[in-house]
Design a protein around this ligand. Structure first.
Ligand code: ADP
Ligand code: FBP
Ligand code: MG
Length: 477
């Protein structure tokens, strides 16, 4: 096997095109580190489990649809407890921080990191960082114990508070060093994981024995490589309530249109899955699929056709869709939030008004449009049952990885198996709905909406985009 290394990942090559994109380990830069037997060996709850420990060579394949002659392809290190750990339980001083937007299940992840460290590894010194990255250097810390976090999974939001912006790498690492913290658990989305990667690099540059574990959080499901982000299912489920209301309203009024705006700044997964789940939606608009209003096969023409056919319709729109149309019209400036994310105009409100104006002035047709904006309601709730189980596994995988001495990694399921993924794989791109995938075709087939694409555009998109394995839990086959 050959091996090449940079600070964030280690490439190991094996037979038949096998590639392991490994994560860095503390021993890569601190030689002769002492090891300890994993305390789980003496834990009665786990003593009955056969083969509890993950084999050191276990890896998870990135692609599981292969051909007879395919090379074995890229793999990630399998997550889970190891026989040996690189921290003595008494030596561990952990901290947890949550950054970026809210997402159902964050409190479950916090709770299970605390309980995992306490109950599986006997670690008792755990700090919560207050209010995101800036809390490292601008706020007091919160002492976390299983008692303190006992009920938090039943509440939405984050027990620790969150923020955007304020990432100052050297101040953050100074704070980690000054407080004697040696395990850092960072819960957050794409921006947060970029922040975690630079924190890890600075820690390594200073030669500190500190493990940095990223737990991916994003309601938009826009993180690549992992199957799905936690809280996504809960959000899609909650969105059904808004869609149902829109459907009831639209059915009960002459030419009723129920219009629901959902989250999704750059990626339309929530709108896509909420539409597919509902079956009452007539049109789904997402940032990845440009559309137009006027003329042949435009949105106005489609609305009129559907109203004539069924007397009512439901439109679901991701907030990032149609921003180009809106900015053409409002000539708005490109504004950003504190983290550098694009600040969006309320496209739902704007489009609702355009639809009303079109039918009233140009078509002289009575329509009844009800606009529903449940934006924050779908993310400010606790995780549902399956998200809570998922959050527990993420938290425990992160704890096992840090205890095993992996120095900088993000944890997440890849084809159903939890793995340690190098930061740069998580950070290299954003996951988006691929509109030339079968999943988007399924949506088009269920809504019967126009694709808004010319055949020429389809060919161009096909050539540009490589379909992802995201949300591939048996659904994109
Ligand atoms: N490229 C980056 N490098 C370092 N820190 C970043 C970067 N992008 C975002 N961050 C920090 O990560 C945190 C969360 O980012 P944000 O984009 O708001 O949410 P999310 O992580 O959910 O995408 C913020 O504190 C922000 O300053
Ligand atoms: O108003 P806020 O709190 O900035 O959040 C709104 C945005 O957060 C998002 O949920 C995504 O944020 P994250 O990347 O933090 O998960 C977007 O869909 C939405 O536009
Ligand atoms: Mg983000």
């Amino acid at each position: 096997m050959g091996c090449s290394e940079n600070l964030q990942l280690k490439i190991v090559r094996g037979d038949a095109g096998y590639v392991l994109e490994d994560v860095p380990h503390l021993t890569d830069y601190i030689p002769d580190l002492r090891t300890y037997p994993n305390p789980l060996r003496f834990n009665p709850a786990y003593s009955v489990v056969k083969q509890y420990f993950v084999n050191l060579d276990d890896t998870v394949a990135e692609k599981i649809v292969v051909h007879q002659t395919s090379p074995r392809g890229i793999h990630f290190r399998r997550a889970g407890p190891r026989q040996k750990v690189y921290f003595d339980s008494e030596e561990v001083h952990a901290c947890i921080v949550t950054c970026g937007g809210l997402c159902p299940g964050i409190n479950t992840v916090i709770r299970e990191i605390v309980c995992g460290l306490y109950h599986m590894y006997g670690v008792t010194r755990i700090l919560g960082i207050d209010g995101g990255y800036k809390g490292f250097y601008a706020r007091n810390t919160i002492t976390l114990t299983p008692k303190v976090v006992d009920h938090i999974h039943k509440r939405g939001g984050t027990f620790l508070g969150t923020s955007r912006g304020g990432h100052d790498t050297s101040k953050i690492v100074d704070s980690i060093e000054d407080r004697g913290i040696n395990q850092v658990y960072i819960i957050g989305g794409d921006g947060t994981q970029k922040g975690a990667a630079v924190i890890y690099e600075e820690i390594r540059r200073r030669g500190l024995k500190v493990a940095v574990a990223g737990i991916p959080k994003t309601i938009d499901n826009d993180i690549p490589v992992i199957d799905k982000s936690f809280g996504f299912d809960t959000a899609v489920e909650e969105a059904q309530r808004a869609i149902n209301a829109a459907h009831v309203e639209s059915e009960s009024n002459e030419n009723g249109i129920g219009f629901v705006k959902l989250m999704g700044r750059y990626s339309g997964f929530i709108a896509q899955y909420a539409t597919l789940a509902s079956r009452d939606v007539d049109c789904c608009l997402i940032p990845e699929s440009p559309f137009y209003l006027e003329g042949k096969n435009g949105l106005f023409e489609f609305i009129e056709k559907r109203l004539k056919e069924t007397g009512h319709m439901v439109i679901v729109m991701a907030e990032g869709a149609g921003q180009d149309l809106l900015s053409e019209c409002l000539q708005s400036k490109n504004l950003e939030d504190a983290s550098g994310n694009k600040l969006l105009q309320d496209v739902g409100l704007w489009l609702s008004q355009r639809i009303k104006d079109h039918f009233a002035r140009q078509r002289k047709m009575v329509i009844n449009l009800k606009y529903i904006d449940p934006t924050y309601m779908i993310r400010a709730i606790p995780g549902n049952a399956s998200d809570n189980v998922y959050c527990t596994l993420l938290a425990q995988s992160a704890v096992h990885g840090a205890m095993a001495g992996y120095a900088g990694f993000t944890v997440g399921p890849v084809n159903g198996r939890h793995a340690y993924i190098p930061f740069n794989r998580i950070n290299e791109k954003q996951n988006k709905v691929v509109i030339t995938d079968r999943m988007w075709a399924r949506l088009l087939a269920s809504t019967n909406q126009p694709s808004f694409l010319h055949p020429k555009d389809v060919t161009e998109v096909k050539e540009e985009e490589v379909p992802q394995t995201q949300l591939a839990d048996g659904f994109d086959g």
